[in-house]
Structure formats: structure tokens, C-alpha cells
Design a protein around this ligand. Structure first.
Ligand SMILES: *[C@@H]1O[C@H](CO)[C@@H](O)[C@H](O)[C@H]1NC(C)=O
Ligand SMILES: *[C@@H]1O[C@H](CO)[C@@H](O)[C@H](O)[C@H]1NC(C)=O
Ligand SMILES: *[C@@H]1O[C@H](CO)[C@@H](O)[C@H](O)[C@H]1NC(C)=O
Length: 972
């Protein structure tokens, strides 16, 4: 291409000439490079480790003023500046620098002087006006000698890592000329009087003290450092402090950040005096109360952040304050998580310059005003997690600068306006969990060429695209869960070469997965196609790479499980019609270690024995084989699963004894659910010793026999023990009181679990709200404690020690041969909600203390030899079903009154009917499902649920469990 000699090329030539002349000029000055200073520089270089050869020019007796990073005085030749930032230097700082007597500017920032202390001799370089040691890797105490730099105007020692500290800040008073002070990240914790020292710097304009571990505001009569324009105090940890009263006297402040400081109390009205303020960040504190009316004077404000507080304000109060003078100037308004309520009104249209408007996670109600469409500078609009309703106004299509639109978790309804298809700058569109309906078509995406995140799950939207549609965008994330995407598998996905996170679950797809999709499967890190009617077989997936989660559950996938060399962290193929053996799936590629942590094959038709191929599945934490047709003994190699936490084998036909070898190294197991199988033999002694973390042990409905070993009592973490429907015999061991998790409940939560609890909580909440049920919660999930030994042949007395399990909530000992009395002290088990002792040979009177069990809502004592009066008072035992007391010699409400003590034969007959016992099985099943969750995750936290609610939602609990373990993925 020929370049025309136009005006700009002349300019270019001119520039070159100037550069040449300047260069000549500098080399002319080179004569005046001072020899002693050259020597000093060379010595300085010697001690440096200059791995990128940045100081190549620093050689011999050349002109040191021409060396890289060296600036000299034109006339005297003295070195004035060393600009040596960002050079990856390491090594030592040679004291020869002191010989640069005229140095006024020293910049060593962004190097790697790792482990080296800041040399004290820098304090002798008394002409320094500028000193930057920012992010240079220095460690240790900051030398007080720096306080000798009485001419210093600029000091920057910021550090990212907390490697630098001060004993005190006394030295800083010596820097009386200081204008810019950056101590970001330096531990000032020991400097109790930091503020008094800072207060002696009258010329200070910039003060950076974020992350300094400050905890107190020492008292100062007034702020002397009143020239301050920029003040960053974020990420400190002030205890029990409010916004200090001297702050509003810094009237020149233009930038103030108090972000993340635990500050309490209200916002002082005097902050409104800071009329030069441009950026004000009060977020991340525990502030409350109103927004001072005086803030209407902040006419220069461009950015205001008041998120994370408890303001309990109407959003319009904030907008009112700012609509007075600053509305047209404000560029950023962030009120996320501030407990704001009220409506958004057309007043918003005044804020013409807004680029960022984030009002998420509040309680804002009402419609989206169409004036939002007038905020033509908007780049980010986040109104998620509020209670907004009504339609999405089509005026939003005017926001042509918009890159991020987040309306998730509201009650917005109606169709998505097609005008959104004009948002050609849009990159992220989050509309999930609203009540949007109608059809999304190609028009909605017409100009969305930059769209990369499209999240619309949890609505009733339909997506109709022709099979030839080639979208204008390349998505990375697409969530259309519960939108109507089917019945065909969306062929336009084929064009999405960057798509890595796809959720088209519950999307009414009734199709086979096309070959091209299986071939692209390794582009995904998360793939959720669950809850559709997807048919066909899973092809051989050998040769593909790792993906993180693959969820194909609840479809109609058939055929056998193919070999999958693909490494999936969480694989869910549950609730399909997969059949045949899992041998090739488990055993092919045996030499390769698998990354899989969660394997869910529940509810298929898989059969045969488990192959002995578990040695390469060492990362498995959760294995769910429930409800298949597996047979045979547990293989030995399962004993290698050292991180296994939950093993669910329920509803199969596994048989044989519980083999020691298969659990040899599974010492992290927290839950074994082997109910409804054919295991026989004894409850092995080693179970009590192998599993210090065991929370749930469920062998209900097997063929176990013999006595319970005493060693079982060593399961001190046990929360749920279910051995019902076996042939166990002998006494119930009195050491049962050693189940200490049933004696005390640990309410403390570590952060991971707390996180999980939130995830689960959220999900439950959502379900409850959407289901429209009004049941109150009352029981926390981590409090589930249950023992079921019913339908065995236990004999002897109910051990009195049982009553020390004061956190136990459910106890079922029915249908055994227990004799003797009900422990007198049963009233001590204060949390008890359900007791079933029916069909034993218990005798004596019902202990009166039973009526003090306030939470008891089920009590079945039918078919024993109990005598006397049914206790009254306290709990409304009289309200319980009379049949639960029949088959005894009892009297009094709910049975007929005691005056007539004649036994009628009907009593026994009625009490003996099986119908009475069927209902009570449910609670355990449900608590099992719940408890399972507990068992798996430990203390799940404030997951509140009502017992009755649990009866009703047992089906849901399965889904909950599925959901939780996906949430758990993030924990691991
Ligand atoms: C040195 O010369 C340069 C270019 O000629 C000029 O920009 C600069 O101001 C001079 N510096 C001093 C300290 O005289
Ligand atoms: C898409 O954008 C182009 C240019 O950016 C514009 O000419 C066209 O009208 C837009 N189409 C729609 C449907 O907004
Ligand atoms: C969308 O929902 C509204 C009620 O919120 C209903 O009146 C309307 O018919 C629905 N539209 C479609 C297309 O389903």
C-alpha cells in the first residue's frame, strides 16, 4: 500500500527530527555525567539480579545520564532521578545509592526484592522528594529512618501481601512536606496513634490506608490534614466504631472509601458538607438509618455506593436526595443489599449520566418505570433479587450502551420485549427466576452480536428458532432450564463453539441427542440436560476430555453404560432406563485414575454384580446406586475409596455379609444407606471402629441377625440408626448412650457448610414460596436424630440409659419382644417428636413424665401389657388417636374413662390391626432422606422445616438431595 505524503507524514518527519535533536542534546550533556555517581550506579547494579537485562546500557565509562532509567540535571550532570520500576529486579539494594547526593526521585516499584528489608540508609537520601517502593516484594519492618526524608512529598510503600509492618508511625511526623502517602496493605495494627501522626502532615492530599488492619480511630480534636482530596480507608476492621466526626471537616475530599470496615451507626448529616466529593463509598459496613438530606448538596458526586447496610429506606428517599442537583452528573449508584424498599419511579429518568445502576438484593416492589429507557449511558443495570413485578418495558431497547442487564429473581411477568434485540452492546442478559412467559424468537436476538451469557431459567418462556437459525452471538453460558425449548434438540446450538456451560433441563425436549452434540461434549465444563424425554443410547465417550458436571438424569436414556474415559467430576445418570452390567463403564481404562467425585446411577435398571474395579476411582465422595437390580457381594476393591462420604445402595439385591475388606480404608464414610437389600450375617464389630464420622447407618429391611455388638456404640457422630426389619435379637445395649451426637448438638458451622446451608436454604425457600404452602418451619435439618430398631426380635428391657439421648427426636422400637417398664425418665428426652413402642411386652404404667414432652406429636403404645391411667397434663396425649393405646390395660382419655376397669376384648383386636403401623413408617423414610443430607454434609445449618411439611414433600427431598450435591461441588 502506497503512503501518500500528506500532512501527517510531514508531522511524523518533524517528530523524528525533534527526537534526533533531543538525543544529540542528551549525549552532549553526557560529558557532565559525574564519575563518582557513575561508579555508584555501577555498584548498585552489581548487587541487583537483573534477569531480564534491563540495565544492559549500564556499562563501562559511558554517559550514565543516557542509561536506562537515569535522569540527570541538564546543566550539572548530577543524577536526579532513578526510574527503575517494573523491571523484575531482585537481589540487594547497594548502599552506594547514598552517593547520589542530588537524587530527588527514586522509583523501585513493582520489582521482586523478595524477603529483603527496606534498607534504612534510604533515610539518608535527604534530597528525595519522591520515593516509591510500591509492590516491590520488601518484607519486615519499615525503617523509622525514612522519617529523616524531610523533603519527601510522595511516599508509596503499598504492598499486596501482608509482609510489611510498622512498630509505630512516629517517624512519619518527620515527613512534613508529604503530599501523597500510600501505605496500602501495611500492617499498622500496632500503631494505636496512627491518626495523630497522620494529623501532623498538613500538606497531605492523598492518603491510602486500605487493608492496614486498623482497628481504632484514636481521638483527635480536629483534622489538621485538611488538604486531603483522596482518602481510602477500605478493608480495615474498626471495632464498634461509627463514622468519625472529624471526617466531615476534610472539606476538600473528592474521593472517600470506607468500604468494608464494620462501621456501625447512622450516616452523619455533616458528611453532606463535603461538597467537593466525587466518589463516596460507604458500602460493606453495618450502617443503618436514613440517607442525610444534606447529601443533596453533594453536587459533584459521580459515584455513590451504599451497599450492604441495613437502611430500611424507601428507595425513592435516596433518589429524591440526589435528584436535587447531582442527578444529571451521577455515573454510578450502587445500593445493593441495603434493605431498600418502595417503588422505582419515573424520577429515575433524571439520572441521565448513569453508567452503573445496581439495586440488587433489596425489597423493591412495583413496575419497572419506562423512564429507565432514557438512561442512555447505562452500561450495567442490575435490579436482581427484588420484588419487581409487571412487564419488562420495551424502552429498555433504547439502552444501546448496555452491556449487562440483570433482572433475575423478581416477579416480572409477560413477554420479553423484542426491542431487547437492539441491544448491540449487550454481553450478559440475566432474566432467570421471574414469571416471564411468551415466546422468544430470532427477533429478540437480532443485534445481540456480543451476547455471551444468557440466563433465562425458571420462567415459562418458549424458545422458537428455526432449525436453520444461525444466531449472531457466540455464547459461553446458556441457561434455559424449565423454558420450553423442545420437542426437538435445539440444532442452533451447533453454531456455539465457545459454549461451555449449558443448562437445558426441564425443557420439554423429546428427541435423541444428535451425534454432532456428543462429539462436541468436551467443550463443556457444565452440562445439564436433565428432566427431558431424551431417548437413545449414550455413545462410547472414550477419547473425550474432562468436564466438570454432566447431568443427564430423568430422561429416557437406554442401553448399557458405555465405557467413558471422559473424566467427569460429577456424573448424574439417575432416573433413566439404563440396563445391563456396569462392568465396562467401571473397568475399561483401568490404568487411569478417575477424577469423579459424585456418581449417581440411582433409579435405572442396571444389574449384575459390582465388578472389582474400584481401585482407580479414589476420588469418589458420593456413590448412589439406589433402586437398581444389582446383586451379589460388595467387591473388595471398594475398600480403596478413602474419601468416600456417602454410599447409597438402597433398594437392590446385594447379598452376603457386610464385608470388612470392602470398607477397609473408607474411614471418611458419613452415611451408608443399604436399606432394602439382602445383606445377612451379623452387624460387624468393626463398624463401630472404622467410621469415626458416621452420621447415618441404615440397614433397614435386610437379613441381619444376631446381637448388636457393643462396639456399635462407638459411633459417636451417629445421628440416624436404622436397623428395622431385620432378625436382630438380644438386648438393646445400654451403651447406646454413647451416641454423643444424640446427646448434644453442635450448632457451630464452618464456612463451607454455612455456604452450603445457604444454597440449600435458598432452594427450600424458593420451593416453599413457589409452592404457595404456608407451613411454618420449626426444625432445623441438622437436628434430625433418629433410632429405628422396629420389627426385630430384641428382648429384655428398654435400657434406661436411652433417656440420656436428649436430642433424639424419633424413636421406634415397635414389633420386638421388649419387656419391663417404659423408662421412668423418658420425659428427659425433651426434643422427642415421635415414639413407637407398640407390639412389645412392656408392662407397668406409662411414666407420667411422658406428658412433659412438648414436641411429641406421635405416640404409639398399642399392644403391650401396660396398665393404669394414661397420663394427663402437659402434652395433649388426650388428642392422640385412641388406637395407639389399645391392646393394653389402660384407661383414661383418649380411651374410655377409668371408672370402668373392665377389659373388653375388642380393645386387643382393634389395637392389633396392622393398619395402625403403616402410617408411621413414612416419617422415618422422610427423616432418612433429610437425615441423609445431614449425614453427608455434617451440620447443614439453619434449614428450617416443619415435620408435617416433611411428610408432604418426601418426593421433593430426593430432588433436594440432587440439588445439594451439585452445590457441594463448589465446596470440593
Ligand atoms: C533538560 O532538558 C530537557 C530537554 O531539553 C527539558 O525538557 C528539561 O526540562 C530539562 N531539565 C532541566 C532540569 O533543566
Ligand atoms: C442492528 O444494528 C445495525 C447497526 O448497528 C442497525 O443498522 C440495525 O438497524 C439494527 N437492527 C435492529 C433490528 O435493531
Ligand atoms: C402470560 O401470563 C399472563 C398472566 O400472567 C397470561 O394472562 C398470559 O396469557 C400469558 N401469556 C402466554 C403467552 O402464555
Amino acid at each position: 500500500m502506497a503512503v501518500k505524503p500528506n500532512m501527517s507524514s510531514f508531522l511524523f518527519i518533524e517528530l523524528v527530527m525533534i527526537t534526533i535533536i533531543t538525543t544529540i542534546n542528551i549525549s552532549f550533556c553526557s560529558g557532565s555525567c559525574i564519575n563518582s555517581e557513575r561508579q555508584a550506579l555501577l555498584r548498585f547494579k552489581q548487587d541487583l539480579n537483573d534477569s531480564f537485562n534491563m540495565l544492559e546500557t549500564w556499562t563501562g565509562d559511558g554517559d550514565c545520564c543516557a542509561w536506562a532509567g537515569v535522569v540527570c540535571n541538564n546543566s550539572t550532570g548530577h543524577v536526579l532521578q532513578l526510574q527503575l520500576g517494573s523491571n523484575s529486579f531482585s537481589g540487594k539494594i547497594n548502599p552506594s545509592l547514598i552517593d547520589l547526593k542530588h537524587l530527588i526521585h527514586l522509583d523501585l516499584s513493582f520489582n521482586n526484592f523478595e524477603g529483603v528489608q527496606i534498607p534504612g540508609f534510604i533515610g539518608s537520601m535527604e534530597n528525595l522528594r519522591y520515593l516509591s517502593l510500591s509492590s516491590a516484594g520488601f518484607v519486615g519492618m519499615i525503617p523509622h529512618q525514612l522519617g529523616n526524608l524531610s523533603n519527601l512529598e510522595y511516599l508509596d510503600i503499598q504492598t499486596y501481601y501482608p509482609t510489611l509492618y510498622v512498630e509505630n508511625l512516629n517517624w512519619i511526623s518527620g515527613l512534613s512536606q508529604l503530599n501523597h502517602l500510600d501505605l496500602s496493605g501495611i500492617n499498622l495494627n500496632k500503631s494505636y496513634d496512627w491518626l495523630l501522626k497522620i494529623n501532623s502532615l498538613p500538606f497531605l492530599e492523598v492518603l491510602q490506608l486500605p487493608r492496614c488492619q486498623l482497628q481504632h480511630f484514636p481521638h483527635i480534636p480536629f483534622a489538621n490534614f485538611s488538604s486531603l482530596t483522596t482518602f481510602d480507608l477500605s478493608y480495615n476492621d474498626f471495632e464498634n466504631s461509627s463514622i468519625p466526626n472529624w471526617l466531615p471537616t476534610l472539606t476538600r475530599l473528592e474521593y472517600l472509601s470506607l468500604h468494608s470496615n464494620n462501621l456501625q451507626g447512622s450516616i452523619p448529616s455533616s458528611l453532606g458538607n463535603l461538597i467537593s466529593m466525587q466518589t463516596l463509598d460507604l458500602s460493606g459496613n453495618m450502617l443503618e438509618g436514613s440517607i442525610p438530606k444534606s447529601f443533596e448538596r453533594l453536587c459533584n458526586l459521580t459515584s455513590f455506593t451504599m451497599s450492604d447496610g441495613n437502611f430500611n429506606l424507601n428507595i425513592s428517599e435516596v433518589l429524591d436526595v440526589f435528584s436535587k442537583c447531582v442527578s444529571a452528573k451521577l455515573e454510578s449508584l450502587d445500593l445493593t443489599y441495603g434493605n431498600f424498599s418502595g417503588h422505582l419511579t419515573d424520577q429515575l429518568g433524571l439520572f441521565k449520566n448513569l453508567e452503573t445502576l445496581t439495586l440488587g438484593s433489596n425489597s423493591i416492589i412495583g413496575h419497572l418505570p419506562s423512564s429507565l429507557g432514557e438512561l442512555s449511558s447505562l452500561i450495567t443495570l442490575d435490579l436482581s433479587d427484588n420484588k419487581l413485578s409487571g412487564n419488562i418495558p420495551s424502552s429498555l431497547g433504547e439502552l444501546l450502551s448496555l452491556r449487562r442487564l440483570v433482572l433475575s429473581n423478581n416477579n416480572l411477568n409477560g413477554p420479553i420485549p423484542s426491542s431487547l434485540g437492539k441491544l448491540s452492546a449487550l454481553e450478559s442478559l440475566y432474566l432467570d427466576y421471574n414469571k416471564l412467559n411468551g415466546t422468544l424468537s430470532q427477533v429478540h436476538f437480532a443485534n445481540l452480536t456480543r451476547l455471551t451469557f444468557f440466563i433465562a431459567s425458571g420462567n415459562s418462556l418458549a424458545l422458537k428458532a428455526s432449525s436453520h437459525w444461525v444466531p449472531p452471538f457466540q455464547l459461553i453460558t446458556l441457561y434455559l432450564g424449565s423454558c420450553h425449548v423442545g420437542p426437538q434438540f435445539p440444532s442452533w446450538l451447533r453454531s456455539q463453539k465457545s459454549l461451555s456451560d449449558l443448562d437445558i433441563s426441564s425443557a420439554q425436549i423429546s428427541d435423541v441427542i444428535p451425534d454432532w452434540f456428543w462429539k462436541s461434549i468436551s467443550q463443556f465444563t457444565q452440562l445439564n440436560l436433565s428432566n427431558n424425554q431424551i431417548r437413545g443410547e449414550i455413545p462410547n465417550l472414550t477419547g473425550t476430555r474432562e468436564i466438570v458436571t454432566l447431568d443427564l438424569s430423568s430422561n429416557n436414556l437406554s442401553g448399557s453404560l458405555p465405557p467413558m474415559s471422559i473424566d467427569v467430576n460429577s456424573l448424574d445418570l439417575s432416573s433413566n432406563v439404563l440396563s445391563g452390567s456396569i462392568s465396562s463403564f467401571l473397568c475399561d481404562g483401568m490404568n487411569k485414575s478417575r477424577t469423579t467425585e459424585i456418581l449417581n446411577l440411582k433409579n435405572n435398571l442396571l444389574s449384575g454384580e459390582l465388578p472389582d474395579c474400584w481401585m482407580n476411582w479414589r476420588n469418589l465422595a458420593v456413590m448412589n446406586f439406589e433402586d437398581n437390580e444389582f446383586t451379589g457381594r460388595l467387591p473388595t476393591s471398594m475398600g480403596n475409596l478413602g474419601v468416600l462420604q456417602a454410599l447409597i445402595l438402597r433398594k437392590n439385591s446385594f447379598s452376603g455379609v457386610i464385608p470388612y475388606e470392602s470398607f477397609k480404608n473408607c474411614s471418611n464414610l458419613e452415611a451408608i444407606d443399604a436399606a432394602e437389600n439382602n445383606f445377612d450375617g451379623n452387624v460387624p464389630r468393626w463398624i463401630g471402629e472404622r467410621f469415626p464420622s458416621m452420621k447415618i447407618l441404615n440397614f433397614r429391611s435386610n437379613k441381619l441377625h444376631g446381637r448388636l455388638p457393643m462396639e456399635l456404640c462407638r459411633l459417636s457422630s451417629l445421628q440416624i440408626l436404622n436397623l428395622a426389619y431385620n432378625n436382630l435379637s438380644g438386648n438393646i445395649p445400654s451403651c447406646i448412650s454413647n451416641f454423643s451426637a444424640m446427646v448434644t448438638v453442635n450448632h457451630s458451622l464452618d464456612t463451607d457448610i454455612a455456604y452450603l446451608a445457604t444454597a440449600v436454604d435458598y432452594y427450600l425457600d424458593a420451593l416453599l414460596l413457589r409452592g404457595g404452602t404456608e407451613y411454618e418451619y420449626e426444625t432445623t435439618l441438622n437436628l434430625v436424630r433418629a433410632i429405628d430398631l422396629s420389627k426385630n426380635n430384641f428382648s429384655g428391657e428398654i435400657p434406661r440409659e436411652l433417656t440420656s439421648l436428649v436430642e433424639l427426636r424419633w424413636l421406634n422400637l415397635s414389633h420386638n419382644s421388649l419387656s419391663g417398664r417404659i423408662p421412668m425418665n423418658i420425659g428427659a428426652m425433651k426434643e422427642m417428636e415421635s415414639i413407637d413402642f407398640s407390639s412389645n411386652q412392656l408392662s407397668g404404667e406409662i411414666p407420667p413424665s411422658i406428658s412433659s414432652l412438648t414436641f411429641l406429636s406421635y405416640l404409639n403404645l398399642a399392644d403391650n401389657n401396660l396398665t393404669g391411667r394414661i397420663p394427663t397434663g402437659g402434652t395433649q396425649i388426650q388428642g392422640f388417636n385412641a388406637s395407639y393405646f389399645m391392646g393394653n390395660d389402660l384407661c383414661g382419655s383418649p380411651l374410655p374413662d377409668c371408672i370402668v376397669t373392665v377389659e373388653t376384648p375388642e380393645h386387643e383386636n382393634v389395637g392389633g390391626k396392622d393398619g395402625n403401623y403403616e402410617q408411621e413408617v413414612d416419617w422415618f423414610y422422610v427423616s432418612m432422606a433429610l437425615g441423609f443430607v445431614v449425614g453427608f454434609f455434617g451440620l447443614i445449618g439453619p434449614l428450617l422445616m416443619n415435620r408435617r411439611w416433611m411428610y408432604m414433600y418426601s418426593g421433593f427431598l430426593d430432588r433436594l438431595w440432587d440439588k445439594i450435591y451439585f452445590a457441594a461441588r463448589r465446596r470440593w
